[in-house]
Design a protein around this ligand. Structure first.
Ligand SMILES: Cc1ncc(COP(=O)(O)O)c(C=O)c1O
Length: 407
């Protein structure tokens, strides 16, 4: 650092994903988009490489008035938006526990303020060892560490034993702990915890929260691409049994679910038996919002309000999204099946934007892929392919190339 303070953060020279993406774009400009697979982008693209924007969502955007863009939103979000978020998350099974909703600028802002409010400076936050890299960046930015548990056991199932061990160790030394689980349709693997996984996770949370206040942050950024909408939410009622010492917080994002990435529209939704804890949640989140970004983008909130108060428009959104979800599934399965036919295992994939392959030297594998004009992201434990951003044919091509490199 020359003038700025490092403050224990590791600030890379450039954002890794954006750097690979820039190289992919340069290759496309030189060789044509049909000859390059840019599998780096966490946004849904059609087979021709164009951004998918749900036309039903555009319909709601086109209904906006000048004030909907220009006026400040209330710090915690507009009332219509809060209702819309509850409907988007719970559909028609609203929990019996206390629920509060606070608007955030996307899922990223939600994660940041949960970590800052429910851990102390220097504490560790726990997540799975396959994780969205920004979790670590956010932790370091605000003086926290990120610890991981092994996400998968030898059979490829959710590793409940390692989860229990790592959470137990943190709970023994910290007064409070934040656990981040990104499911369903996890980034970067596409894994969704099963209802049986959830039963075990809840049992562990109940046990470990006996002497430690635990906040469970469920990152549901990809929930609407995880399968049939009600089925993808079947785990939510189970969380009502987690007990008062487990504050359940959902991180909702309209970025992917409504293809509104640029509108920066998201929310935190808490669930707990205690009204006092829920009210406090609302108060601290509004305070942190006020002091970080003040209020959020009003237009995104109005768009959500308009969609969820108009059953016909909402039905159109669901229908369009189901088509996008099917396209994603087809691409993801093609990737997984091609790998399997080549004798290589994909990390367990259920649905969503991404699939991953474990390997010993991810950087070298990604570099070799780039030589074949396939751009992927090297992670600590493997390479990630965004099935959201390349066609089925390119998914097959990427799978064959990975298998050949690993062979
Ligand atoms: C796992 C995960 N969580 C949260 C987000 C946050 O997205 P946004 O801030 O755009 O809502 C992303 C975005 O890529 C993500 O991959």
């Amino acid at each position: 650092m020359i003038f700025a303070q490092e403050n224990n953060r590791t600030i890379p020279k450039e954002d890794k994903v954006f750097a690979v993406n820039a190289r992919a774009k340069a290759a496309i400009a030189e060789k044509g988009k049909e000859n390059v697979a840019n599998a780096t982008i966490g946004a849904l693209l059609d087979d021709e490489g164009n951004l998918v924007v749900l036309s039903s969502v555009m319909e709601a955007i086109n209904r906006l008035e000048a004030e909907d863009y220009a006026e400040y939103a209330p710090i915690g979000g507009t009332p219509e938006f809060k209702e819309a978020v509850k409907k988007a998350l719970f559909m028609d099974s609203v929990p019996g526990e206390e629920v509060r909703v606070v608007g955030t600028p996307g899922g990223t802002g939600a994660i940041r303020n949960v970590i800052s409010n429910y851990t102390k400076s220097g504490d560790s936050v726990l997540t799975h060892d396959w994780f969205w890299a920004n979790y670590r960046g956010i932790c370091h930015e605000i003086g926290r560490e990120l610890e991981t548990f092994e996400m998968f056991d030898a059979e490829g199932g959710f590793n409940i034993d390692d989860f229990a061990a790592k959470l137990g160790a943190i709970a023994e030394r910290q007064e409070s702990a934040v656990v981040i689980l990104n499911t369903p349709a996890h980034n970067p693997t596409g894994y969704s915890l099963t209802d049986e996984d959830w039963d075990k996770v809840i049992a562990v949370l109940r046990e470990k929260s006996a002497g430690c206040k635990i906040t469970l942050f469920v990152d549901i950024a990809y929930i609407d691409f995880a399968g049939e909408e009600k089925e993808a939410r079947s785990f939510i009622p189970k969380l009502e049994g987690a007990g008062e010492n487990v504050l359940v917080v959902f991180g909702y994002s309209a970025s992917k679910t409504l293809t509104l990435y640029g509108m920066r529209c998201g929310a935190l939704v808490c669930m707990n038996p205690s009204a006092e804890i829920a009210d406090e949640f609302q108060k601290v989140m509004e305070f942190s919002g006020r002091t970080s970004w003040s209020n959020c983008n009003r237009s995104g909130q109005v768009v959500m309000g308009k969609i969820y108060e108009d059953p016909a428009l909402l039905a159109k959104v669901s229908e369009e999204r189901a088509a996008a979800r099917d396209m994603l599934l087809e691409r993801g399965r093609a990737f997984e099946e091609t790998l399997a036919a080549e004798g290589v295992k994909c990390v367990p994939f259920s649905a969503g934007f991404f699939a991953s392959v474990a390997c010993d030297d991810p950087e070298a594998v990604a570099a070799k892929l780039e030589e074949q004009d396939i751009y992927a992201v090297a992670l600590a434990k493997g390479v990630r392919i965004s099935v959201a951003s390349i066609s089925k044919d390119k998914c097959i091509k990427a799978a064959k190339a990975i298998a050949a490199i690993l062979r």
